[in-house]
Design a protein around this ligand. Sequence first.
Ligand SMILES: [Zn+2]
Length: 937
Amino acid sequence: MLQYELDGGNNKHRAFQLPGSRPHYSPDRPGQVEHICLDLVLDIPKKSYHGTCTIQLVPVRSGIANLTLDAVSLDIQSVQVDGTSVGFDYDGEQVQIQLQKSTEVGKKIEIAIAYSNQNPQRGIYFISPETHYPNKPVQVWTQGEDEDSRYWFPCFDYPGQLATSEIRVQVPKPFVAISNGELLYAKDAGDDTIYHWKQQQVHPTYLMTLAVGDFAQIQDTWQDVGQDAQPTRDAQPTRDAQPTRDAQPTRDAQPTRDAQPTRDAQPTRDAQPRRIVPVTYYVEKGREEDARRSMGKTPRMIEFFSQKYGYPYPFPKYAQVCVDDFIFGGMENTSTTLLTDRCLLDQRAALDNRITENLVAHELAHQWFGDLVVIKHWSHAWIKEGMASYSEVIWTEQEYGADDAAYYRLSEARSYFSEDSSRYRRPLVTHIYREPIELYDRHLYEKGACVYHMMRAELGEELFWRAIHTFVQDNAHKTVETVDLLRAIEKATGRNLLFLFDQYVYRGGHPEYKVAYSWDADSKLAKVTVTQSQDEDLFDLKLPIAFGYTQQSAAEEQRSRGAEASAEPSPLPPCPPAPPPSSVPSLKTFTVRVHEREQSFYFPLEEKPQFVSFEVGNHYLKTVTLEYPLPELKAQLQCDPDPVSRIYAAEALAKKGGLEAVKALADALQNDPFWGVRVEVAKQLAEVKLDFAGSALVVGLNDESAYVRRAVAEALGDIKTPESYDALKQLVEKGDPSYYVEAAAVRSLGGLVTSATLKTMEEDVIDLLTDVLKQRAGWNEVVRIGALAGLSQIKTSPVALNLVVQTTSPGIPQALRLAAIRALGTISTGQTPNNVELILQQLQDLSKETFFLTQVAVVVALGQMETPKAIPILRSLADQTHDGRVRRIAEEAIPKVQQNSGSDLAVKQLREEFDQLKKENQELKSRLENLEAKSKQ
Ligand SMILES: [Zn+2]
């Protein structure tokens, strides 16, 4: 416990814990909740409902006279225990029930609470058309995680309590109601329909859900075919091969839940090899095609995860409901995931949007990690969020190959690095916070995913999945803490990974390696010096270093293969299979223990290697700065079979700068076989800022991959030359198959005209962006949002400001309006004091809107402003918001604004001058290099 506080307070990173943080523990349990039944009647026009919540509780001890349930802002009419009215006390947050008879251990009691709820602010959301948005659909949906179920029904609201549940709900025709588990019936009741859903497997309150709307239903299925029907399964250790499974009773063999609780039952595949599981997509009518396009891979994913996790999909159906105004991307309610309707792709968006596919995979993975195996306390939420995020990686690997998966993992690592360096550093497991929602950050998801991958690297392919199978099978329908994962690994593989968890889970941070290399030709020694440059704890890891040979005689290759074979077998998964076509290098690999601040390793080699690959496979979460000579970096960029290593080489080359480095990067932009490397190379070319880099980039606008074209269009925004301008303008006028490429181009154009050389084009660009704003409405407003971002770069222009302000008006499509609100912050920093006042006033007005996404946009805008007048607005938002996430980011924005507007302003001016000088210097250097290059011709 002490370690956590030291970690937050003793480093250069800001503390995760904000004032008011305290340790959180699961509450004492009066007993085991067995079953929760909600019986509700919805009055949708009045945004209200009434009904009964019935809870069956088996007391864990005798003599309990009072029960305390969580219930926030509900109207509680009466409480009965076993059919008899009892007294209760309600303070608006918890209801205290006085039992007439103290509990007897093991003797079940039934608590029935009659209640109603009007205009709820959290937990359950009523969506309906508004004056400015008359086409908004009528919908009702819930969001329980983390502790919001108490806002829509009384309950023991913490994840350690697992119970079966049912919801009977009366809704007006033609609305459909969807909830957890199986539909027992949908019964006609005059103008209404009564839907009765029952969830027969235990789950926590935060996963109970209800979604109501006039949805189109698209029916799909997943067939649990068992191991024999599918030959591909034989290649993998199947769950059926596990001896313990067959001995277990099957769920289906059990008569009813009341007679025998299913809590411990595990399904076996053999008993019912052809279970058909309905897979349903619910969307607003008219979006049926988008639904199939966006979620159609679900049955294949269910099959894939069933195999990978060693446990067939555990619930009787899987529904995905796309709802309006959802406040998360998705929520994995048991057997009934809710998704934001913004994830529905049209044909053009599907070209280069994998966000939706990954979202679908993520929420589905939770059906095992989170819903079947439940975390006991929020402090262990990384177990489920890490695996759900890692499942995006393994699905990518399955669907698009190892390179795509490696690159996806790098992007996850980077989003964690960014939070770690700019926000705070924290241990993955901590129970010290103000609200559990604060834990749902880039540590929990992306770092958590990287930890799972490191477990896979440590254990190797077979043992890792065996450990996952054991973890899921041993803990199905139960709650877990981090230690249960370690225990499962130990049980299944004999390996103790505590050393890894100590370094990456129980404390914050990651190694920041600097790697230098030199070759001593006389003694044929390669020297690799590894420095851990992080300020804090050193890491102690065994890492493979490889030397790459690209031009070898067959005999040499043979010899080197022999050497490799005799080396210690590596437990790491195989390297990505697709090496660049230019050459197929052979690698000579050595594994070394890296544990000191600085260590030099000497490797005797027969021949000088062409390149050095540090940490082959890049499995460990780390940052790397390569300090190799230019030829080795060039060779690595060209030949290292690992795309992530090629990316590191590209970064190092860009840092070196100079014409030769740019040429190597330009070559890679055209020739690297993997789009992810080309994307990264484009970014690096923008860093170099030589004229030649711009010309090299322009070529990339013709890349076959939309991802690369997008990266190039973004990068050109940093190369402020007429050539960039012409290329981007042409792209915008001509259009691109991808929304995102067009968006990047219009955004970059806005940035370009802020430079002195292109200032004269400002009016033209504003005209062009105005046209885009008028004409290119489209999927999720991606292109028009790009235009707004472009306008917000033209910070001194009152015309641009006016356009942005107009776009914040009510009635503007929501996504576009939110982008305009955010853009107010960016554009504010170049405006006159009068205009800044106007922006503040606008944001002040907008801050009164209660919708979560509007509040986030307002905070983002205010956080970028450079006036202390933004602070009181942030403070009052933090005080008044219902949402813990908004509260936290508003509080975090305050010191940022203080910095922006205070003494740091002078530093900022100096920095700008310095940047200007640096730029001029680069331009001179560039001209010089051009002259040199010409003189050599
Ligand atoms: Zn998740």
